[in-house]
Ligand binder design. Structure first.
Ligand code: ZN
Length: 388
């Protein structure tokens, strides 16, 4: 099954100009200025993109693949997001995490959910553990899980500075990070500790202590939700100068909130002059998003969605940002940190995870591992139990 894409304005994420691409066997086989006509016997499908922008499929580095929530009683456990919830937002790779509920949710469930998404055409990995210590695992240790289970690339989201955390000590965090780091060395996997940051005043203090009190590389400590409090974001910015990669969450932010939206946070990140390859944006998809009334009562339960990534990109572009500046935080920066070599870039040999954008920065077509999942904004493929 060969597909020829003609006249694509390629952002790889760096601008490549007008290109033709040949896709086959889940990979980009060729890319260049003009592809000669193929023999008819190859029966290639030809799609003329007429100059529309082609970007790498987005990598959502923090998704509750099994569904998250559960913090407001058993009825608040979120069901797992189905296939087209990812693809219609241009997300072709997802990294699963367990959160607050790492008791009724398990690492085994996370791994098998990742495998189900792969069978349906997406790419997926996950972290072992969850908010708490000792971490929930499949083999009995974080090191064992990363070393033995193909899908598991790190540990997280381990909660810090949060009333729901296990209140980990410095020694406990160092032990955990060492497990992830060593297993990463053994396997070539990410080997990171993906750290959920809460609203607590202690902020990133424990990570700073860990960097001073160990030989572990800074990249092992990967804080997320760093835009949830403005002072926390400033702390995170300074951590990038010593080598940490920080993760911004694309959650909804009210105007009077002491938080930055993902678009505002990424703009501030660029303005600060921090290293452009040390920032990523994820959605917290599948997590529970309670909506409150003026009296602080929960009036509705929403669900975080991977579509928030593309909405953030569109917002930045509408505000005048340049696509090649914005894209790495959603693609190549993520694949580099997570050591996913065929992801996050459009290149010969990379996986054919491709998203076509229209003039208003909306997702027009999506290809995941060489197969069309969305055409003209409409999903073609659905999860096994997804209503269509
Ligand atoms: Zn979290």
């Amino acid at each position: 099954m060969l597909t020829v894409l003609r006249n694509a304005d390629v952002f790889a994420p760096e601008p490549k100009g007008r290109c033709d691409l040949l896709v086959g066997g889940e990979r980009v086989l060729w890319m260049g200025a003009s592809l000669a006509d193929l023999p008819a016997s190859l029966a290639a499908t030809i799609v003329d993109l007429e100059g529309m922008r082609l970007i790498p499929g987005l990598i959502d580095g923090h998704v509750h693949l099994t569904g998250g929530g559960g913090e407001a009683g058993p009825e608040s456990r979120v069901p797992p997001p189905m296939l087209s919830r990812y693809t219609r937002g241009g997300v072709t790779s997802a990294i699963g995490v367990l959160g607050t509920d790492d008791v009724t949710r398990s690492t085994a469930e996370l791994v098998v959910t990742a495998r189900a998404l792969i069978a349906e055409g997406l790419s997926a990995w996950c972290h072992t553990g969850g908010y708490h210590l000792p971490p929930t695992t499949l083999t009995g240790s974080v090191r064992g899980d990363i070393a033995q289970i193909d899908r598991i690339i790190g540990v997280g989201e381990v909660a810090l500075s949060d009333h729901r955390s296990s209140q980990p000590t410095l020694d406990e965090l160092l032990r955990l990070a060492s497990e992830a780091h060593v297993a990463g060395l053994m396997t070539g996997k990410a080997g990171i500790v993906h750290l959920h940051l809460g609203d607590g005043e202690r902020g990133l203090a424990l990570i700073r202590d860990a960097l001073v009190n160990s030989e572990l590389p800074a990249r092992v400590f990967n804080p997320t939700h760093v835009n949830r409090r403005k002072a926390l974001f400033d702390e995170a910015l300074s951590l990038t100068s010593v080598g940490c990669h920080i993760d911004i969450t694309a959650f909804p932010v009210a105007t009077d909130e002491d938080a930055w939206s993902a678009a505002a946070a990424l703009s501030r990140y660029f303005e600060s002059g921090a290293p452009r390859d040390r920032v990523t944006v994820s959605s917290d998809g599948g997590g529970c998003l309670p909506r409150f009334d003026d009296a602080g009562r929960v009036v509705q339960m929403g669900v975080g969605d991977s579509g928030a990534l593309m909405e953030t990109i569109a917002e930045l572009l509408r505000d005048g940002a340049a696509l090649p500046d914005v894209l790495p935080a959603f693609t190549s920066n993520v694949s580099r940190l997570l050591r996913l070599p065929h992801k996050g870039r459009i290149d010969v040999g990379s996986d054919a995870d491709l998203v076509v954008l229209d003039d208003s920065h909306q997702v027009r077509h999506v290809m995941a591992r060489g197969a069309w999942h969305v055409r003209d904004g409409v999903p073609l493929r659905f999860g096994t139990f997804e209503e269509r």
